[in-house]
Design a protein around this ligand. Structure first.
Ligand code: ADP
Ligand code: MG
Length: 324
């Protein structure tokens, strides 16, 4: 378990982290999400004891990092933003070296290294020198070294950067496999990572936690309007674009309607923008019935997380401007 209490960090006069608090239990994945320069890497380096905070305390499995760093680091795995490079070592030599440094029992080192090579899908690179690997492979070697001591707390700084889609997929499978017996903190500037790992998200901007929520909660909170795409068949009298627009715009909760005619003069494509939590069964479906319009298709589109991300950042910048 990771507990972070009132962490702040200054570099000279630059305040990089301000009063950060959170906890991550075993079985949980916490995603630190924020644009470049938000303070994610600094926070992760503080979690791993590489960097001391200006104020505040980090606990790893009940051990205070500042009081007993050796013990606190014993069950920690860390993937730094830049994978450390030992160009002359082979992947296997490097992983054995890390396993020894992290105190994996000598008798178990070989087997453990074999296991993580398998988990991280880097078997074909076992005897390759580190200096000859592509960025994506190097990232996976980095993840392998992070888990080689079977850590109970795993800190991964931008683990998916440089991975292609299929490597990113096997990374997510790896995380799912580790999850039950590990507390995982990972950082990303990609909403897609957070979304696909289905995690709790801590949104960091300019060193402060703007909000903490689940991915689903984030979407709900920031989607200012829902979008429905539908297709109807007019079974009564023929309608015009204007007449349909007029009827639909009058429905409670509807903000905007777009109507597109199709080749069949009785079938219409519609897009309806509504206030969040609009319920089509309340007034919309009964209205269709009363007009003798048949619903052929109804699909709700949610705002993409990229759009949510852009909104959060834009709002903070607005607030920042007003402060000045
Ligand atoms: P992120 O990982 O979210 O991109 P970082 O934690 O790397 O953000 O950086 C946050 C801020 O702290 C940036 O403005 C960066 O320039 C600054 N920073 C990071 N490390 C140092 C350092 N050692 N000395 C001075 N400033 C630093
Ligand atoms: Mg970073």
């Amino acid at each position: 378990m990771v507990v972070v209490e009132n962490i702040s960090k200054r570099f000279g006069s630059l305040e990089v982290l301000e009063n950060v608090n959170f906890r991550v239990e075993k079985g949980e994945v916490l995603t630190l999400l924020g644009p470049n320069g938000a303070g994610k890497s600094t926070l992760m380096r503080i979690l791993t004891g590489i960097l001391l905070p200006s104020t505040g305390v980090v606990w790893i499995d009940g051990v205070r990092m500042d009081v007993d760093p050796v013990q606190a680091k014993r069950h920690l795995g860390y993937l730094p933003e830049q994978t450390p490079l030992y160009p002359e070592l082979t992947v296997e030599e490097y992983l054995c070296f890390v396993a020894a440094a992290k105190g994996v029992e000598p008798a178990k080192q070989k087997e453990r290294v074999r296991e993580v090579i398998h988990h991280c899908d880097i078997e074909e690179y076992r005897n390759r020198r580190m200096g000859t690997l592509s960025k994506g492979t190097l990232r996976r070697v980095g993840i392998a070294q992070a888990i080689v001591n079977d850590p109970s707390v795993l800190i991964l700084d931008e683990p998916t950067s440089g991975l292609d889609p299929s490597q990113a997929l096997s990374f997510r499978e790896l995380i799912s496999a580790l999850r039950p017996h590990t507390a995982i903190v990972l950082s990303t500037h990609l909403m897609a990572d957070a979304s696909q790992l289905g995690t709790r998200v801590l949104f960091i901007h300019k060193g402060r936690i703007l909000l903490e929520d689940t991915v689903e909660g984030l979407k709900r909170r920031f989607a200012e309007r829902d979008v429905y795409q539908l297709k109807i068949r007019v079974k009564g009298e023929r309608e015009t674009e204007d007449s349909i627009l007029k009827v639909l715009s009058g429905i409670e909760g509807v903000q905007e309607v777009k109507v597109s005619p199709l080749a069949d003069p009785f079938v219409w494509d519609l897009i309806i923008f509504t206030f969040p939590d609009w319920n089509p069964t309340r007034s919309f479906l009964p209205l269709l019935g009363s007009r003798n319009w048949e619903l052929i298709e109804l699909q709700q589109k949610t705002m993409s997380l990229e759009e949510v991300f852009a909104q959060i950042t834009a709002r903070t910048q607005e607030v920042g401007t007003k402060d000045r």
